[in-house]
Design a protein around this ligand. Structure first.
Ligand code: ATP
Length: 261
C-alpha cells in the first residue's frame, strides 16, 4: 500500500548562526490532514517551513516530500505556499487581481511564455474558489488585507497543489473575516482534499478547525489530534512551551491565547 505520508522529517536540526533554532524534529504530515503549527515567537515555525520548502538546508537530518528525498524532489507545483505578510500591497501597486493569480502558473508554463485563454480560465476558477472572482480586474492594492490574502490563496491554488502551506495567514485579516477565512480553508481541505499546513499564533481557535496540531519550541513538544490538544490544561501548555511559559496564558472559557510580549 502507498504511504500516505507526504511530508516526512527525521531528526531535522538547523541553525542560522551558532544556536540551533530547530532541533531534532521528527514530523509526518499525512495526505488529507489540516495541521496547525503553533509555538511561541521565535520557536522556529517559519524556519521549519523554509526547511520543508528547501529554502534552507538542514544541518542534520532528512526531509522527504511525497516519498522523495528533498534534493530529488522537483514537482513544486504540487505545493502551494502563502507566505507571511503576503497581503501587504499598498494601494499604488500596479497589478490587477487576475494578473497576480496568473503569476502562480509561472512555475508550470515557464517565465517567458505567454498566458493563454486556458490559463486565464484557471485563474478565474481559483478566484471563484476563494470567492474573489468579482474582483478579478480590481487593483490588488485597493483590497483589504483579508481580500488580498484570499487572492494569494488563489495564486497558490492555480497550479492545483495537493499540499498548501500557509505562514500566519490570518495576520492582517480583520476579526470578523477570520471565521470566513477558516471556512474557506475547511472547504479546501474537506471538499477539494488539499492537505493544509498552517502556522498560527491562534491556538485558541486553530483546534476548532485543524484536524491535527503540532506544538513546537525548537523541537516538537506535541503532535496529535486537535481533540487531544484541547484537553490540555494551562499547566500542560506552559510545560510544552518550555522557557517561554510566562508569555502565554490559555483561557479555556473563551478559547483565547494572550501573548504578553
Ligand atoms: N534569516 C535569519 N537569520 C538569523 N536568524 C534568524 C533568521 N530568521 C530567523 N532567525 C532566528 O531564528 C529563530 C526562529 O525564527 P522563526 O522565524 O523560525 O520563528 P517563528 O516561530 O516563526 O517566530 P514568529 O512566531 O515570531 O514568526 C529566532 O530566534 C529568529 O530570530
Amino acid at each position: 500500500m502507498e504511504d500516505s505520508t507526504i511530508v516526512k522529517l527525521r531528526d531535522v536540526s538547523f541553525k542560522y548562526d551558532k544556536e540551533w533554532v530547530v532541533k531534532d524534529v521528527d514530523l509526518n504530515i499525512k495526505a488529507g490532514q489540516f495541521l496547525g503549527l503553533v509555538g511561541p515567537n521565535g520557536s522556529g515555525k517559519s524556519t521549519l517551513i523554509k526547511l520543508m520548502l528547501g529554502l534552507v538546508k538542514p544541518g542534520h537530518g532528512s526531509i522527504h516530500l511525497f516519498n522523495k528525498p528533498l534534493r530529488q524532489y522537483q514537482d513544486w507545483q504540487e505545493i502551494g505556499f502563502v507566505s507571511q505578510k503576503a497581503n501587504s500591497f499598498n494601494s499604488g501597486f500596479p497589478a490587477t487581481v487576475i494578473e497576480v493569480v496568473k503569476t502562480g502558473l509561472v512555475s508550470r508554463i515557464g517565465a517567458f511564455k505567454f498566458f493563454t485563454k486556458k490559463h486565464k480560465e484557471k485563474a478565474m476558477d481559483a478566484l471563484r474558489t476563494v470567492e474573489m472572482d468579482e474582483y478579478a480586474y480590481s487593483n490588488i492594492g485597493e483590497l483589504s488585507g483579508g481580500q488580498q490574502q484570499r487572492v494569494f490563496i488563489a495564486r497558490a491554488l492555480v497550479s492545483d497543489p495537493s499540499l498548501l502551506i500557509l505562514d500566519e495567514p490570518t495576520v492582517g485579516v480583520d476579526a470578523k473575516h477570520v471565521t470566513d477565512f477558516y471556512d474557506l480553508l475547511g472547504r479546501l481541505n474537506k471538499e477539494q482534499g488539499i492537505t493544509l499546513l498552517m502556522v498560527t499564533h491562534d491556538i485558541g481557535t486553530i483546534t476548532d478547525h485543524a484536524t491535527h496540531v503540532v506544538c513546537m519550541n525548537k523541537t516538537v513538544h506535541f503532535h496529535g489530534a486537535s481533540e487531544e490538544y484541547k484537553e490540555f490544561s494551562e499547566e500542560d501548555l506552559n510545560h510544552l512551551y518550555g522557557h517561554a511559559v510566562q508569555q502565554l496564558t490559555h483561557n479555556h472559557d473563551h478559547h483565547e491565547v494572550n501573548y504578553s510580549d
